[in-house]
Structures are given as structure tokens and as C-alpha cells.
Design a protein around this ligand. Structure first.
Ligand code: PSV
Ligand code: MN
Length: 425
């Protein structure tokens, strides 16, 4: 386990430079009327869940290249998220995918999480793959399947996932369906949607009253002609049909190119139906690249709507933040550290937007000033703020530096093996 002392020791080499950078930024922001203490508090509170399936190497349908030292068990996955949290102080939860992560010993798993100061975020059901000894196949759908027996099996799986989540202290379930069709005429659109709605309603009814259901949408893949829950509108419609415990979940990669995601976010917040986020970045589709690596300005614009909505739409409950990415060419933990930083930076920049001035510029249709106000915030280097928050919490000033200097990957390769495999996609 990486100790606080080691982190402090490595921090020292960077501390003097950091203090200079932080003080000069804090002074500038204070002059602009920004309360730096409040800002630091907001950054500290921002916690992002790490999915258990993003800790090992991902792959494509063309191949998978092992990354040494991948976590082989749920305990090792918890260890890895614990390391991320020790470094960043912004990733205090793990999100499990069932059946990839069914705990053998619940008590042991809970204690391991507590030891790493972690909690269990949303549990994810999986009816997109067939499991060994499963009675009915999901080849032609699950919650939407034409055959009642298949639907019942998929509903029962979701109920079981909720029970597992309850035993761990989770408070939400995310449902993503691969259901769809590859060829015109294969599915009756109306019937498939109706059956999905009925199935989701039954799952919602079985949830404890303090639980939330997140309905994730995706336009294509694995099916290429139609997807039953293809877009936010369909998810929103289903969430409404399932009642006050159901919400839409936005995965950034689940949009066709150039979709205005920030506008989707604004609409859902206005309706009080935005449940959570799966962060990643992409160039073409569901590329699952490191958050902020391709379109950081787009991420900032999304956060700008989130910051406005979180302050304005009190009817929308607190949002569940999660990363959903896959790593084919990077060390997964380094990739996650970069993603966590990108999220924090976009959030911090969005908090700097002068909302009052923006409102005024919008009222006067001062288009130039609207852009200036957004881009002034976007162009501010907020990293000293994030470093300062981490320093105060006992985290790392430079998370990647500490990760590399303490040889975390090499330690894992030694302990777990160079060809260790992680469950997941
Ligand atoms: C589907 O592409 C997805 O985004 C869903 O969230 C899944 O649960 C996750 O990826 C893992 O495959
Ligand atoms: Mn997702």
C-alpha cells in the first residue's frame, strides 16, 4: 500500500514551485471576485467512481493486448481503485459489473473497501453476454426479447444485481441494453420498446425506495441497424414511465458524431431526470478514449451546463459521476489518472464562468461577450487549484509522477504476473 509518508516525500520536490503557482492564481481569482476557499471545497467534494472493468487492458474485436499486473480478483480491483484514490483524493468509489464481479465473501469485500476509504457506486447488470449454464440466450435480446421466458430471466438477473448491490451498500443500478437488430424487419420497434418498458418497470418496482435506476442509451453497437434504447429521448421516455426513481444516464461516447451533448444535459437537468454520467472521449463513436484527450472544450461546455443545472435545477437529484473507458495502448491506471484530472479540470473551469455576466450578455444578445466569458474560463490553467486541494487532503501533487516513481505497475507485475487477466470486456 502506498503510504501517506511516501506521497508527502515526493510532494516535497514540487511543493515550492506549486505554492508560487497556487498563490499567483489564487490572487488573480480573488481579484476577479471568486472565493477560492469555496472553489477548493467544491473540488474536494467532487468524487468520481471508477468502473471495475476499466482496471485491466481493454481491447477491440481484433485483439486484446495484455497489460502486465492486471487485477485478477475483486479484491485486487479494490486495491487499484484505492491507489487511485490515495493519489487523487477524487475517486472514492468503485462500480461493479455483475457477473464479472460477484463477491465471494461480502464481508471481506466490504472491509477491503473500507480499508481503502472506498464505497460502492452503481452496480451494473449484464444481459449483453451469455453466461455459462444460462438457460436462455440473449443473442436476440434480453429485456426486449419477444420470448417471455428470456425477458423473465433478464429481469431476474437485474433483481439479483440489486440484491448484490444492497449487500454492499450501493444505492443505484445502471442498465445498459445491447438489445437491437441488425436487419430491417427483424424487430417490431413498437413491441420491442413496449416490452423493454414493461421489464424496466418491473425491475424498478423491486428496488428499495432509496435506490435509483439509471437507463443508459447508445445509438449503435453491438447491433447496427437499430438499438432499442438508442438515444436520450427514448431513455427519458422510459425513465418517465418507470417513475420518480428512474433517470437517464449519459455516456459521452454514446452519441453520433457532433451531437450537442451539452444541450441534452441541459434538457434533462431542466426535467429533473439526469441521473449520471459515464465519462470518456471519442473521435468517431464509442471509442472509450481517455477523458479530455480529444475534445476538452466539448467536455468543458458540458460541465458548464452541469454547473448551471446543479445550481438551478434543484428538482434534479445529485448526479452520479463515473468513468467508462477502455485502455488498449496505455497503462490503465495511468489512463484513469489522466481521466480523473481531465474531469476535475473541466469542472473547475466551469466553476470559473462568470454566470452573472454571461446571463447579462445573453440578455443583450452580446454574442461576442458570451464567447469571451466561456473561453476566459476555459483558458485558465486551473491545475494549481487541483494540486492545492490534493496537497491539503494528503494526496499527490503530481499523481502520475508519484505513480511512476513508486513503481506501482512494476510492483503489480511482480505480484500478479505479466500475463494476469482481468474480468470484463
Ligand atoms: C456499453 O458500451 C457501456 O458503455 C455500458 O456502460 C456497459 O456497462 C459498459 O460499456 C461496459 O461494457
Ligand atoms: Mn457506459
Amino acid at each position: 500500500m502506498l503510504t501517506k509518508e511516501t506521497i508527502n516525500l515526493i510532494n516535497q520536490s514540487r511543493e515550492k514551485q506549486h505554492l508560487q503557482e497556487f498563490e499567483s492564481l489564487a490572487e488573480k481569482l480573488t481579484q476577479e471576485g471568486i472565493d477560492v476557499k469555496t472553489l477548493l471545497g467544491q473540488l474536494e467534494k467532487f468524487q468520481i467512481a471508477v468502473p471495475s472493468w476499466a482496471l485491466g487492458a481493454g481491447g477491440t474485436r481484433f485483439g486484446r493486448f495484455a497489460y502486465g499486473g492486471a487485477p485478477r480478483t475483486l479484491l485486487e480491483k479494490i486495491e487499484d481503485v484505492g491507489l487511485l484514490h490515495a493519489l487523487t483524493k477524487n475517486s472514492n468509489a468503485i462500480s461493479l459489473h455483475i457477473p464479472w464481479d460477484i463477491p465471494k465473501d461480502f464481508q471481506e469485500i466490504k472491509e477491503a473497501a473500507i480499508a481503502q476509504q472506498l464505497s460502492f457506486d452503481a452496480v451494473n447488470s449484464n444481459t449483453f453476454q451469455d453466461q455459462v449454464n444460462q438457460k436462455h440466450s440473449y443473442k436476440y435480446g434480453s429485456l426486449s426479447h419477444a420470448d417471455k421466458a428470456v425477458r423473465e430471466q433478464a429481469i431476474a438477473h437485474n433483481k439479483e444485481v440489486i440484491q448484490i448491490g444492497e449487500s454492499l451498500g450501493s444505492k443505484s443500478i445502471t442498465v445498459w441494453l445491447a438489445d437491437g437488430s441488425n436487419f430491417p424487419g427483424q424487430n417490431n420497434f413498437q413491441k420491442a420498446l413496449q416490452r423493454t418498458q414493461d421489464s424496466l418497470q418491473e425491475i424498478t418496482k423491486s428496488m428499495p425506495k432509496d435506490w435509483r435506476l439509471f437507463i443508459e442509451y447508445k445509438p449503435y453497437e453491438p447491433h447496427f441497424y437499430s438499438t432499442v434504447i438508442q438515444d436520450w429521448g427514448t431513455s427519458f421516455l422510459l425513465a418517465n414511465a418507470c417513475g420518480p426513481q428512474a433517470f437517464t444516464l449519459v455516456d459521452l461516447g454514446h452519441h453520433l458524431p457532433n451531437t450537442n451533448i451539452e444541450q441534452i444535459v441541459a434538457t434533462l437537468l431542466m426535467q429533473g431526470k439526469l441521473g449520471g454520467f459515464h465519462f470518456n472521449d471519442s473521435r468517431y463513436g464509442d471509442d472509450d478514449l481517455t477523458v479530455g484527450s480529444i475534445q476538452p472544450y466539448k467536455l468543458f461546455l458540458i460541465f458548464n451546463e452541469l454547473v448551471y443545472g446543479m445550481a438551478t435545477n434543484k428538482n434534479n437529484p445529485p448526479l452520479a459521476w463515473m468513468i467508462d473507458a477502455s485502455h488498449n495502448t496505455k497503462d490503465p491506471l495511468e489512463d484513469l489518472l489522466q481521466s480523473i484530472d481531465a474531469i476535475l479540470e473541466s469542472f473547475a473551469k466551469a466553476l470559473l464562468v462568470d454566470q452573472k455576466a454571461l446571463h447579462q450578455a445573453q440578455q443583450y444578445s452580446d454574442v461576442v461577450m458570451c464567447q469571451e466569458l466561456l473561453q476566459n474560463a476555459f483558458k485558465t490553467d486551473v491545475r494549481p487549484l487541483i494540486r492545492e486541494m490534493r496537497l491539503r487532503k494528503g494526496g499527490a501533487l503530481e499523481t502520475l509522477q508519484v505513480y511512476r516513481e513508486t513503481k506501482q505497475r512494476q510492483i503489480r507485475i511482480q505480484q500478479r504476473g505479466a500475463d494476469a487477466l482481468s474480468s470484463g470486456l
